[in-house]
Design a protein around this ligand. Structure first.
Ligand code: AMP
Length: 284
């Protein structure tokens, strides 16, 4: 497995490779089984699998956890090697944002609600770094988790609108045994908070059960999640029942929906979602 720090080296490796197709998994490191599921798919479906490890400062707000974000590069590299990654690109911040760097990629309305509203500028940071990474790695396909559902839709829209030629593939959420969605940020949770956090996935599962029994009223579904996730120590930020393509809030019963939530558990901000009436693989 090759590990490159410089854009020029990563680009040269890609240019020299005769691989029929390249699968790419962009990450911020602190890899867990959720990331591993994306890497396994990229390895399985392509001659060459590339993983990037880059904690992107542009997608963190001034009061967010950029400095404290978990970093464990040696463990990450072991995981990548074990799974069959051909190249890891792990650049410094200066390498991606060289002195004087000022160009930003502004996504459209898909980036406005939910995380876009809660974290101003977040998706500009995401869209900008992925445009850079896609231009360096030039993948045929890139793999993203449904865990960050709005990010998946933002990147699918980005690739389509800018004609990047990258197929952006959504992959299901990998969960802990009790249902908590795996996340690098889970390691911030105290044991008590870790117990409380399960209320979030349980609330989404309750809504999914309601949906299976025929409930389609967005207000009832939202209410169900809100009530089930209202437990001591969990501060819900939002619960949204939206169209999975546009992320516009549903006012009427629909045959497809995504229920998304964000909450603070202790000092840790967590997000989760459930897709109803369709599978993430159907989005493109
Ligand atoms: P991050 O390192 O948090 O930027 O995540 C890198 C990629 O892994 C993103 O596409 C995430 O959506 C995806 N990911 C993170 N957690 C999970 C999970 N629990 N299941 C599936 N994919 C995930």
């Amino acid at each position: 497995m090759k590990v490159f720090r410089l854009v020029s080296d990563a680009r040269a490796f890609r240019t020299a490779s005769a691989a029929a197709s390249v699968g790419f998994v962009p990450t911020m490191g602190a890899l867990h089984e959720g990331h591993a599921s994306l890497i396994e798919r990229a390895v399985r479906e392509h001659a060459l699998a590339v993983v990037s490890i880059f904690v992107n400062p542009a997608q963190f707000g001034p009061h967010e956890d950029f400095a404290a974000y978990p970093r464990d590069e040696s463990a990450d590299l072991e995981i990548c090697a074990r799974l069959g990654t051909a190249m890891v690109f792990a650049p410094s911040v200066d390498e991606i944002y060289p002195p004087g760097d000022a160009t930003r990629v502004q996504p459209g309305p898909i980036a406005e609600p939910l995380e876009g509203a809660a974290r101003p500028g977040h998706f500009i940071g995401v869209a900008t770094v992925l445009t850079k990474l896609f231009s360096i790695v030039r993948p045929n396909a890139a793999y993203f988790g449904q865990k960050d559902f709005q990010q998946l839709r933002v990147v699918q829209t980005l690739s389509r609108d800018l004609r990047l030629g990258v197929r952006v593939v959504g992959c299901p959420i990998v969960r802990e045994r009790d249902g908590l969605a795996m996340s690098s940020r889970n390691r911030y949770l105290s044991p008590d908070d870790r117990q409380r956090a399960v209320a979030l996935s349980r609330a989404l599962r309750d809504a999914k059960d309601d949906w299976s029994r025929g409930e389609r009223d967005p207000a009832s579904l939202r209410d169900r999640v809100q009530r089930a996730a209202t437990v001591s120590g969990v501060a819900l930020e939002y619960v949204s029942v939206a169209d999975p393509l546009t992320l516009e809030e549903l006012g009427q019963p629909a045959e497809r929906a995504v229920i998304s939530l964000a909450a603070r558990v202790g000092r840790t901000r967590l997000i989760d979602n459930v897709l109803l009436g369709m599978k993430v693989e159907e989005l493109a």
